[in-house]
Ligand binder design. Structure first.
Ligand SMILES: Cc1cc2nc3c(=O)[nH]c(=O)nc-3n(C[C@H](O)[C@H](O)[C@H](O)COP(=O)(O)OP(=O)(O)OC[C@H]3O[C@@H](n4cnc5c(N)ncnc54)[C@H](O)[C@@H]3O)c2cc1C
Length: 335
């Protein structure tokens, strides 16, 4: 997302060095109809980049700047011993004055901060496929090769999210990345059938389950009431909580990086590693405010699962939604 591009630019990094697809328009639809958006003052809505390529590039940039990366090392537990933090790994113990837990949705570090970690987890399935030659369903415009689609027609299937279809590439060859996002912000609601719903939506565009392998992943979404730190320990990215509405986690992870880095610098300057003000730093940052709005947005948007209401929203109030998303959901780096 443009917010990620801006965060990386502030670090002097140009993400277009990584193989990418520039998506000019993102379509937000319910049953094939809705609105399309692009970024403010840019010639794209977002870039699609393969994660393994992005991560390898980011790791190489970190190394160039003198960071030591200890790879193939699994963190088993993290605990404070009264003086500092002991990080137990499968390659021995490490001792640190400050630990930033950026270890994803199933964070081990998080367990040292907030033991009841089963809450606020979204479910996702993702697949990579060759572009289909299948026709669009009747009453649905075809998916254009260079555009991205967020289809909310899965809401009546008790999926609290959307089905996506993005253009991407693998080794320079065109591919489509399909997936389904179920935020589970409403824990009282029935749990929809993720694989069958994704299969059904993909079948409309000519795909059969034999064409792909489903890959499941979780995301942890932001809850302003959560605990974000403990003495000597900070949480960042998915470990702390990211976007509930769209499952956008890259720009939040980069934003948390800045908040955590400032907290660590100040801790060394003051010789105070309690991190008691970290929560205030997160909630007071434009990122924290945007994530709070996104959780609220997800709770409202995904509680309205009746097709009539969704049609009204995406077909008739698309101008308002476009304004709301630009003003309150994305573009947090500009605020
Ligand atoms: C299917 C899917 C699609 C997504 N699509 C998008 C998208 O299009 N745009 C977007 O902005 N976001 C997207 N997200 C969300 C985004 O990927 C995450 O929010 C983001 O990666 C969070 O970054 P992070 O650095 O906090 O965690 P991660 O990227 O998960 O990184 C955590 C790191 O910690 C390491 N780790 C974990 N446990 C241990 C351990 N015990 N010991 C040592 N290391 C450990 C992992 O190997 C990994 O390197 C998507 C997520 C999913 C699941």
């Amino acid at each position: 997302m443009p917010d990620s591009v801006v965060r990386l630019e502030l670090l002097g990094l140009d993400v277009t060095e990584v193989p990418h697809i520039k998506v000019p328009w993102a379509n937000f639809t319910f049953q094939g109809r809705g609105m399309r958006m692009t970024a403010n003052n840019r010639d794209y809505a977002f870039y699609v980049i393969r994660r393994h390529e992005f991560d390898a590039w980011l790791a190489s940039k970190a190394r160039e700047r003198g960071l030591m990366l200890q790879e193939e090392t699994k963190v088993l537990s993290v605990r404070h011993d009264g003086n500092g933090v002991i990080v137990e790994t499968d390659r021995g113990d490490f001792y640190a004055r400050a630990v930033v837990g950026a270890d994803g949705a199933n964070s081990v570090v998080r367990r040292a901060v907030q033991p009841e970690s089963a809450r606020n987890v979204a479910r996702l399935l993702e697949v990579l496929v060759h572009p289909s030659n299948g026709d669009a369903p009747r009453d649905h415009p075809p998916h254009l090769p260079d555009e991205a689609y967020f289809e909310f027609g899965c809401l009546p299937y008790d999926i609290q999210g959307y089905v996506w279809d993005f253009p991407t590439q693998e080794g320079g060859a065109p591919r489509r990345c399909w997936g389904i996002y179920d935020s589970r912000v409403d824990t009282r609601g029935d749990k929809g059938d993720l694989p069958n719903t994704l299969n059904e939506f993909m079948a409309r565009y000519g795909y059969t389950p034999e064409d792909y392998t489903l890959q499941a992943h979780p995301i942890r979404w932001f809850d302003a009431r959560a605990t974000f730190s403990a003495p000597g320990i900070l949480l960042a990215g998915d470990a702390a909580g990211v976007d509930a509405a769209f499952g956008e986690g890259i720009s939040p992870a980069l934003g948390y990086g800045e908040i955590a880095a400032n907290a660590v610098v100040d801790a060394f300057a003051r010789e105070d590693f309690s991190f008691s003000d970290y929560r205030k730093r997160v909630l007071g940052h434009s990122l924290g405010k945007a994530l709070r709005t996104r959780t609220f947005t997800a709770k409202v948007l995904f509680s309205l699962r009746q097709p009539g209401i969704q049609r009204l929203l995406w077909w008739r109030f698309s101008g308002f939604l476009n304004w709301y998303i630009n003003r309150f959901v994305i573009n947090w780096t500009e605020r």
